[in-house]
Design a protein around this ligand. Structure first.
Ligand SMILES: Nc1ncnc2c1ncn2[C@@H]1O[C@H](COP(=O)(O)OP(=O)(O)OP(=O)(O)O)[C@@H](O)[C@H]1O
Ligand SMILES: [Mg+2]
Length: 356
């Protein structure tokens, strides 16, 4: 018997064994800023920053998630901290495999500890941007399979965000969803399990952070660390005319020394206003492309806001006043995509209709 036949027999045996043990459905949302993992029937079991650290001397990944983010920008040259997802798409394949592997071992294995064979029965339900190309879809599925998942089922993010926000995406009422994450904004109108109009904008939280960093640079003359800037949105950004302030430290452009400056909510609103205007234009463009029968429904039911930016106080009402349709932030805004994965993974009858 040649080695290929042996591999094939072993693979068939392990698959059958995995099925005998009962497969485990795992939901994976590899976001630009945050990776979430859930187990169907148990809920969310991991929420960690999408950061990984490589020791370039040994070529080993040694820091994962929060521990990698904590040392971002503070490491010696031979330790490289990377964000392996950019604009919501895998940008560093090997790093993504290593990250999913580490997170799976950390969060999924404890539930099935001491039983390596169960690993053959792990199914992955994975979120994917609606704009992902076929090559990007294949890379995402391949990354998950490399970790040891038997199957990787990809589902487009707008379906997941809408489902996670509590809507029936298979019904005849149009669902308008605007998911604002760290890497991209997904704007889509869904009806009867299909997308009738959509746009993806590279305008997520990371893009807003770049606007904020530029603004601070120009107005206050300091260079700030990426993580310092990222921390400003949750504490200062709101559209409720409530002005908060925070003192941050950066490097003075004048003399290169550390310098403190006070940043206010109105600074942040002003800094990101060009990006928010682009977002508003994107939503208007999607509305303009809708067929007349659907546009009427959308004006009555409005849109739901999901994603990390959905938790920004008053952003929903601000956008609503500009685009003239009701917009409400989802209660489960931040985790909507993950909730959608966990819900859809249980709906085996309708699932094939929306798998990529
Ligand atoms: N209260 C808040 N106000 C404003 N921004 C916030 C708030 N809370 C989180 N964010 C921002 O939300 C973003 C993270 O959102 P989310 O977890 O949806 O992103 P992601 O899923 O990692 O990215 P993506 O789905 O785009 O790849 C970050 O940019 C973060 O700074
Ligand atoms: Mg996301």
């Amino acid at each position: 018997m040649d080695s290929n036949s042996i591999v094939s027999i072993v693979s068939k045996f392990s698959k059958a064994w995995g099925q005998m043990l009962g497969s485990v459905d795992v939901a994976i949302d590899l976001g630009t800023a945050v990776t979430r993992i859930g187990i169907v029937g148990k809920g969310i079991v991991l929420k960690e920053p999408t950061f990984i650290g490589l020791n370039t001397k040994t070529n080993e990944y040694i820091f994962f998630g929060e521990e990698a983010k904590q040392i971002y920008g503070k490491t010696p040259n031979f330790i490289k901290i990377v964000k392996p997802v950019e604009n919501s798409i895998l940008s560093d394949f090997d790093a993504c495999v290593a990250l999913i592997d580490a997170f799976t071992k950390r969060a999924v294995f404890p539930y099935y500890a001491h039983n390596r064979l169960i690993r053959t029965g792990l199914n992955a339900y994975v979120s994917i941007p609606s704009s992902a190309t076929e090559v990007q879809q294949k890379a995402t599925a391949e990354a998950v399979k490399r970790v040891g998942y038997v199957r990787a089922m990809l589902i487009q993010k707008p379906f997941l965000a809408a489902m996670g926000a509590g809507f029936n995406i298979f019904g005849q009422t149009p669902i308008f969803v605007v998911d604002i994450g760290a890497g991209s904004v997904e704007i889509a109108v869904i009806i009867m399990g299909g997308i009738v109009a959509s746009r993806t904008l590279i305008l997520g939280g990371d893009n807003l952070d770049r606007h904020i960093a530029n603004y601070i640079h120009l107005k206050y003359g300091i260079i700030t660390g990426e993580l310092t800037v990222e921390g400003l949105k949750p504490s200062l950004l709101n559209y409720e005319n409530h002005d908060a302030s925070a003192t941050i430290r950066g490097k003075s452009l004048e003399n290169g020394l550390p310098k403190s400056v006070k940043i206010t909510s109105s600074d942040i609103r002003e800094a990101i206003s060009p990006a928010i205007n682009q977002l508003i234009d994107g939503i208007k463009e999607v509305i303009e492309t809708l067929p007349p029968e659907i546009v009427d429904g959308v004006f009555r039911t409005g849109a739901v806001l999901t994603g990390g930016l959905g938790t920004c106080p008053g952003l929903d009402h601000f956008i609503s006043s500009e685009v003239k349709i009701p917009i409400i932030a989802s209660q489960s805004s931040e985790n909507a995509t993950m909730q959608g994965l966990l819900t859809l993974a249980t709906q085996k009858d309708v699932l094939p209709r929306i798998l990529v």
